[in-house]
Write a protein of this length. Structure first.
Length: 398
């Protein structure tokens, strides 16, 4: 199979614009409503973004496999554009979390269907590079959103960020249709029903994938402590300005781009994919410990850059392993299941970290999370390395 790089470049560019639009909406809606809804309302907005990945997982994965990618992706993106665009027309504030929930729920259909079609058209040896390409372009879009959002809000109010987001979804749908990529619906025997839970069962039946998912899920929980505590660490503990706080966030995005570009450029032998996953996780664990002990904001900026690189390497090779080892007929359900597990870890991490930081402050919480992550890494890394050495795409290690 020859990877259609030109079509994937077009798709990744359209995806970058969509990520830009989504980040603009996140930036604008929180800034617009923070004084009206308060911290509790902002939390509701964030949960509206995150929870659909969890409760929609069985449905979205099943739909991604039961219908062709065009039948799933194009209508879902059309709905996402309408719901995001509705935020621009001045509806009451109670509509905002509903619109965000609709957008996020439709997005849970797009993600596994898009990942499945990428696997279908990509040479297995090129999967990490394709993943790196998609990640790097998404990071580019996200990186510029805060600056563009600030300019748009300052000069013209909150109308254009939401309109741009809507247009970006429709543009992605048009680009996907135009390049002609499509994964056909999964065929099954007459009378056979596609099981919505088959994806989660497969994830936990494959020892290599199971070990990776457990590692990443625990790491996501630990990273929740940084996501919640970053502003307190940078502003209160390290006494940095708003500009430096923004630079720390931009450093993570820049690191993500660097890691994704390197992953896309380097064709690593499949025997080393599992080791690359471990290296990416180790970098993130060390970064959490580093943040807990950082003496100044200069170190924090460097750690944020390293965190971005490690995160990109981890995502590219972990996703490659999962996609290559998963049965083609259940790719949508497997990816939806993994997304749900990781998002569950993110929600748990955010909730627990928020409570812990309010009682114990940010540095002790980061330190404990880093130590726990290191222990989990030491326990599960041997499994990942052991089964990764005999990595064969046609024979999952169970």
């Amino acid at each position: 199979m020859k990877t259609p790089w030109r079509k994937l470049y077009i798709l990744s560019t359209a995806g970058a614009l969509s990520w830009l639009g989504s980040a603009l909406t996140t930036f604008a809606v929180i800034l617009r409503d923070k004084d009206t809804v308060g911290a509790g309302g902002v939390s509701v907005y964030l949960l509206a973004f995150g929870l659909p990945t969890i409760f929609m997982a069985p449905i979205s994965g099943l739909i991604a496999d039961k219908f062709s990618s065009r039948q799933v992706i194009i209508p879902a993106l059309a709905v996402m554009g309408l719901s995001s665009g509705s935020l621009a027309i001045g509806l009451p504030v109670w509509w905002t979390p509903i619109a965000l929930l609709i957008t996020a729920s439709a997005g849970t259909l797009v993600a596994p269907a898009m990942q499945a079609v990428q696997v279908t058209v990509t040479n297995p040896d090129d999967l990490p590079r394709v993943t790196g390409l998609m990640q790097s372009m998404a990071s580019f879009g996200t990186l510029f959103a805060p600056a563009l959002g600030g300019i748009l809000v300052t000069t013209s109010g909150y109308f254009w960020p939401f309109v741009i987001d809507a247009i970006s979804f429709w543009f992605l749908a048009a680009a996907f249709f135009a390049i002609g990529l499509n994964r056909k619906a999964v065929k099954h025997e007459v009378g056979e029903k596609l099981s919505a839970m088959a994806g989660i069962r497969f994830v936990f039946s494959d020892r290599l994938i199971r070990a990776i998912v457990v590692l990443v899920s625990v790491l996501i929980i630990a990273l929740g402590s940084f996501n919640v505590g970053e502003v307190f660490l940078i502003k209160d503990e390290l006494h940095a300005s708003n500009l430096i706080y923004g630079i720390v966030g931009a450093s993570f995005a820049a690191g993500s781009i660097i890691g994704a570009v390197l992953t896309a450029a380097i064709k690593l032998n499949k025997r080393f994919h599992a080791m690359a996953v471990i290296v990416g996780i180790a970098v993130l664990v060390l970064a959490i410990l580093g943040f807990a002990l950082a003496p100044n904001w200069g170190i924090a900026i460097a750690l944020a850059l390293a965190t971005g690189v490690g995160n990109s390497v981890l995502n590219a090779y972990a996703i490659s392993i999962v996609m290559t080892r998963s049965p083609q007929e259940m790719l949508g359900r497997v990816m939806a299941a993994i997304d749900a597990i990781i998002q569950s870890g993110s929600v748990i991490g955010i909730v627990l970290s928020g409570i812990a930081i309010s009682f114990f402050h940010v540095r002790p919480v980061l330190l404990v999370c880093g130590i726990l992550s290191a222990i989990i890494l030491a326990i599960f890394a041997p499994d990942v390395i052991r089964y990764g050495r005999s990595f064969k795409e046609d024979k999952p290690a169970t």
